[in-house]
Design a protein. Structure first.
Length: 568
């Protein structure tokens, strides 16, 4: 039986999306299949920015340190960037333009400007090292990249970048930081007309194959994803009103997850335009700084990987800060331990825990578990997010399985990405014949339609919300001539959920220790991918009948050793 809250949410959403409602549904045909879509969503992000920045005008949009910028000010800067990209940088519709920066007003204005100029905003992972950045830029054929000082230096050190790199000093106020970009523009530069099928974004995802793939989406997919999130927000505000409470009249949230991740990009950053929501930027995560900003800026909504809300919950100085304005502590990107759900509900002064499940390839939409429902089913990531998401559990032949039966989680919606850049094989493998995206996660649906994720089909580790390909780390280890064999796998970690671990066999006659291997890796891959523990094997690694390394047996053995170490 659906819960009382589910029934109320369904009733509110039905009214919201009915003809004459705030967000009526329509139908869109893509690849020969009809998909539900929200009729009031604009055809492209350029119109979305223009409409809501004009509507909210002088209202504060961005807070970065002591700098405070209104919607109108950010839009004016983005417009000057867009004109410069067209007139001075020669950006044409569909050109990939990279952004490699920490969270800053400059990142946001550049993202908006690239899209308004008709370019494809290519979001490069700011934690990548030189080789990783160069590979991604080359893979999607970026003609130019805007980078802050650390990322610009890495790109300068890389070989084969093949793109103009424009260094941005994002420590300066926004207008000054982008002055040299805007100076190349002309007031009479004509910005292109954009439609829903034009490409908008490329975000990078790590899968079992090791190499990051550029997942590209059109404008319709991104705007529909934003409006799907908006439908959920409006539904919850209506429920609060029915319960005798009141939704905040002024909305504010921390931007404490990297903007190159879909969680920060879609439900946090992009949704804020429609809500008139203030974004308080955090270039680097720190739990006490987050609490200080929550108090100062009266933050109403908190979202991050589960680790972040847990660090606030357990911080020794939490009582010194007024966190009473926060109504919800939301999480995504990784599972949240059941005990954390209970403690957040009981110890955070009335704020409720939420969790969402989505992927880069779905533009962040998938499932959501809210408030009392989350407390009732704390190990579930919730129901399919209405009104656009269709969820299925499929067997190895891509056929649906009964409730309670495990299979691969699959998501179908108009919000899904279009494909992986220059990788038609991976694109074809990612979708079923009838349009479902195969997530690589193993799970089941209960009788109420709640999704429980129990395993991963892909050989990846999720460290605090950041995906790590085991194969990529193994490939980096094999670049060391002293490494004969290796296996990389996830180790349980109370803080991050998982961290990478490795077992390495050193070649006969070579001298190499774990510390030296870590130093070797840090020069090649992002630091968060470097194993937290490397064990040196005394002999060849165990093999399966196929002669492949038996990673399952290794994982069991060395996870036990890891647990024994933690107890000791």
């Amino acid at each position: 039986m659906p819960s009382v809250l589910d029934q109320r949410m369904d009733a509110v959403l039905a009214a919201l999306t009915a003809p004459g409602g705030q967000m009526p549904l329509t139908s869109v045909t893509r690849d020969g299949r009809d998909y539900p879509a929200i009729a009031t969503a604009p055809p492209a992000l350029s119109y979305y920015f223009a409409h809501f920045c004009q509507q909210h005008g002088d209202k504060t949009f961005l807070v970065a340190g002591e700098e405070r910028l209104s919607f109108a000010e950010v839009y004016a800067t983005a417009q000057s960037v867009a004109r410069a990209l067209v007139a001075g940088f020669g950006v044409a519709k569909g050109d990939r333009v990279g952004i490699a920066m920490r969270n800053s007003p400059s990142w946001i204005a550049l993202y908006m400007g690239v899209l308004m100029a008709g370019g494809v905003a290519t979001l490069l992972n700011g934690w990548w090292q030189a080789g990783e950045l160069a590979e991604a830029v080359a893979d999607v054929e970026c003609r130019r990249v805007f980078a802050d000082a650390p990322r610009a230096q890495r790109l300068a050190e890389a070989t084969g970048v093949g793109a103009e790199v424009v260094a941005i000093d994002d420590r300066l106020p926004l207008a000054q930081a982008l002055a040299k970009v805007s100076a190349r523009g002309r007031d009479d530069a004509t910005l292109p007309m954009l439609g829903p099928d034009d490409l908008a974004t490329i975000l990078f995802t790590s899968g079992s194959t090791g190499r990051s793939k550029g997942a590209y989406s059109d404008h319709r997919a991104v705007t529909q994803a934003v409006f799907n999130y908006l439908a959920s927000a409006l539904t919850m505000f209506a429920i609060l009103s029915q319960e005798g409470g009141s939704a905040p009249t002024e909305h504010a949230t921390l931007l404490n997850v990297p903007l190159f991740h879909v969680t920060a990009e879609v439900p946090v950053f992009l949704q804020s335009f429609a809500m008139g929501r203030k974004l308080v930027l955090m270039p680097k995560w720190d739990a006490e700084e987050a609490m200080r900003l929550i108090e100062r800026e009266k933050v109403t909504y908190f979202v991050g990987v589960p680790l972040m809300s847990y660090e606030i919950l357990t911080h020794p100085n939490r009582a010194r800060y007024d966190l009473s304005t926060v109504t919800d502590f939301a999480a995504g990107g990784a599972p949240r331990p059941v005990e954390h759900v209970r403690r957040l509900n009981e110890e955070m002064g009335g704020a409720k825990p939420l969790i969402g499940y989505g992927l880069t390839e779905t533009n962040g939409v998938g499932c959501g578990n809210f408030r009392d429902n989350y407390l009732a089913k704390p190990n579930s990531t919730g129901r399919a997010s209405p009104p656009l998401v269709e969820l299925a559990i499929l067997d190895g032949n891509e056929r649906p399985v009964p409730a309670g039966t495990r299979g691969e989680v699959a998501i179908r919606s108009i919000c899904n990405f279009r494909g992986y850049w220059n990788n038609p094989q991976a694109t074809a493998a990612a979708f079923t014949a009838d349009g479902f995206f195969l997530t690589g996660d193993i799970g089941y649906l209960d009788e109420d339609g709640y999704l429980f994720i129990v395993d991963r089909k892909k050989d990846i580790i999720i460290r605090g919300g950041e995906n790590i390909s085991c194969q990529e780390v193994e490939a980096a280890l094999y670049e060391n001539p002293a490494v004969a064999e290796c296996a990389v796998f996830g180790l349980p970690d109370e803080r991050y959920g998982e961290v990478p671990g490795a077992v390495v066999l050193i070649r006969a006659g070579e001298v190499m220790d774990a510390e030296a291997l870590c130093d070797f890796l840090e020069a090649r891959i992002a630091k968060f991918k470097v194993p937290a523990k490397i064990w040196l094997a005394e002999g060849p690694l165990p093999r399966l009948g196929t002669e492949k390394i038996d990673k399952v047996a290794l994982k069991v053995e060395f996870r036990e050793r890891w647990a024994e170490r933690a107890v000791a």
